[in-house]
Every structure is written in structure tokens, then in C-alpha cells.
Design a binder for this molecule. Structure first.
Ligand SMILES: [Zn+2]
Length: 146
């Protein structure tokens, strides 16, 4: 009787820990990535690029897509480590702390590389497109502050 209760409680703790891992992972990873990806897609949609500009952008897009893919893979691995750390420590222990630091580092790298890519894109724009670019980027970056 007691041992089955214990098992139930252990099962519940593991379940809650797994949920917490998924939740923390989603909060840390999905929100910023979605907004950066949206901003990037929005810019490509709104700027009405010429064929010449598209061909100048092509190598930049290829490089950025590869970097983003690599960082997203790293992020997925870091999230697994975070979930495992939460499961192992059932709280805010040293493994959880270092796993969260790791996800922040990867997120920071992704943010930096996305901004670098956006400014590389800006380099191929004409004056009117650059004005649209600036308006969209400023609006996107200040949207969170509202
Ligand atoms: Zn782009």
C-alpha cells in the first residue's frame, strides 16, 4: 500500500518535472525564435525585392539558413539537457542553472546572427526599401515594450 503510494508520487513528480521541462523549453526557445523568424519573413514579404537583389541575397540567405538550422539543433539538444536536469534535480539546482545558461547562450547567438543577417540584407536595399526596412524593424523591436 505504502509502496504503491510512493510509486504514484514518484510518477507524479516525474510527470510534473517533464511538463516543467517542456514549459520552460517553450518559454525560453519558441517565443524569441518565432518573433525573429516572423520579422525575417515579414521583411522578405514587404520589401518587393528585384530579381537582381534576390540574386545578391541568395548566398546570404543560404548561409543564414544553414547557421539557423545548426543553432536550432543545438537548442533542441540544450532543451533535452534542461529537461533532464529538471527531472534529476526537481528544482533549481546547478545542472538546471547551467542548462538554462546554455540555452541563453544559444538564443543570444541566434539573435545576434539574425540581426547580422538582417543588416546584411539591408545592404542590398535601395533608399525606399531601406526606409520600409527601418520602419518594420523598429516597429517589431518596440512591439514587446507596449
Ligand atoms: Zn533574409
Amino acid at each position: 500500500m505504502i509502496s504503491s503510494r510512493r510509486l504514484l508520487i514518484i510518477g507524479l513528480i516525474a510527470f510534473v518535472a517533464a511538463l516543467a521541462g517542456v514549459f520552460v523549453g517553450r518559454v525560453l526557445v519558441d517565443a524569441p525564435r518565432a518573433s525573429e523568424t516572423e520579422l525575417h519573413a515579414l521583411l522578405h514579404g514587404e520589401l518587393d525585392l528585384s530579381a537582381a537583389q534576390e540574386s545578391r541575397l541568395k548566398p546570404l540567405e543560404t548561409r543564414f539558413a544553414a547557421r539557423r538550422g545548426a543553432l536550432e539543433l543545438e537548442m533542441r539538444a540544450a532543451n533535452v539537457r534542461l529537461a533532464q536536469a529538471i527531472e534529476a534535480e526537481h528544482g533549481y539546482g546547478p545542472r538546471v542553472t547551467s542548462a538554462i545558461d546554455e540555452t541563453h547562450d544559444i538564443m543570444g547567438a541566434l539573435q545576434k546572427e539574425t540581426l547580422e543577417h538582417l543588416f546584411a540584407m539591408r545592404g542590398v536595399l535601395d533608399r525606399d526599401q531601406a526606409a520600409i526596412f527601418d520602419r518594420i524593424v523598429v516597429k517589431a523591436l518596440t512591439a514587446d515594450a507596449r
